[in-house]
Design a protein around this ligand. Structure first.
Ligand code: ZN
Length: 243
């Protein structure tokens, strides 16, 4: 069984389509939240994601904020502008879909959450934050998004401290039985790890392997659509920088 791991699409349809064309052979999809927010095509991205075969999807902070279920005061001013614009682009049906997404989902030994455990909207960017998540998790594997940084953390075996491993140009994570992992497949629609290519993953359950990959997409086209939608210039520029 293989899962396509997709996260932080953020209304970037060009990036989403580029990733999905790399995932045509997977059997299932796991979406780690933030389908909308920032990009020019929130409605099209919601429709595209919800029609994916065998989809499991959890909510991100932007998904919930766009439908009035998460406080806008948690966001910086530019993110808030984008969320308010996004909110106006969604149909009632798309809004109720986003509002119905769960905060966490269990898939066998794995748990999916947008940010961290036990707090779904917290960030994991440091070993200290990763350790809090390790302490809160019951199984051996957690998939997260939220930071827009492709990386993983692992602990176990004879290692007393967790380690943090970057995946900014893709990589392979072997899920050894004695280890526990937190894996972030990176962002599709707004990477922030220095690589502007869209980031995604493939989880092969039988092989016990998670592979993350990067794919180029038409950044200029995505930026042009954002500009025509009147979205903030800073959010447009950062797509090309991957920061
Ligand atoms: Zn996000």
């Amino acid at each position: 069984m293989t899962y396509g791991l997709i996260s932080d699409i953020h209304g970037n349809l060009e990036a989403l389509e580029a990733v999905l064309s790399e995932l045509e052979s997977v059997e299932r999809f796991l979406c780690l939240g933030d389908i909308v927010g920032y990009g020019a095509d929130p409605a099209a991205c919601v429709e595209r994601v919800r029609q994916l075969p065998n989809l499991t999807c959890i909510a991100g902070n932007h998904d919930l904020a766009a439908v009035g279920r998460y406080d806008l005061n948690w966001f910086n001013p530019l993110a808030r502008i984008a969320i308010e614009w996004t909110s106006q682009q969604l149909t009632p049906d798309e809004r109720s879909y986003l509002g119905s997404l769960p905060l966490t989902v269990e898939l066998g030994e794995a748990i999916a959450v947008h940010g961290s455990l036990p707090e779904p909207m917290e960030y994991i960017t440091t070993l200290q934050e990763a350790r809090q998540c390790f302490d809160a998790m019951s199984g051996s594997l957690v998939f997260v998004g939220h930071t827009h940084v492709a990386e993983y953390y692992r602990v176990g075996g004879d290692k007393r401290l967790p380690e943090q491993v970057p995946l900014f140009s893709g990589g392979r994570v072997s899920l050894e039985a004695e280890m526990r992992h937190i894996i972030n497949p990176g962002a599709i629609g707004q990477p922030r790890d220095g690589n502007p290519q869209a980031s995604f993953g493939v989880w092969n359950l039988e092989a016990g392997i998670v592979q993350t990959r990067r794919v180029s997409y038409d950044i200029a086209r995505a930026q042009d659509k954002m500009r025509r939608s009147g979205l903030p210039e800073y959010l447009i520029a950062r797509l090309a920088q991957g920061r």
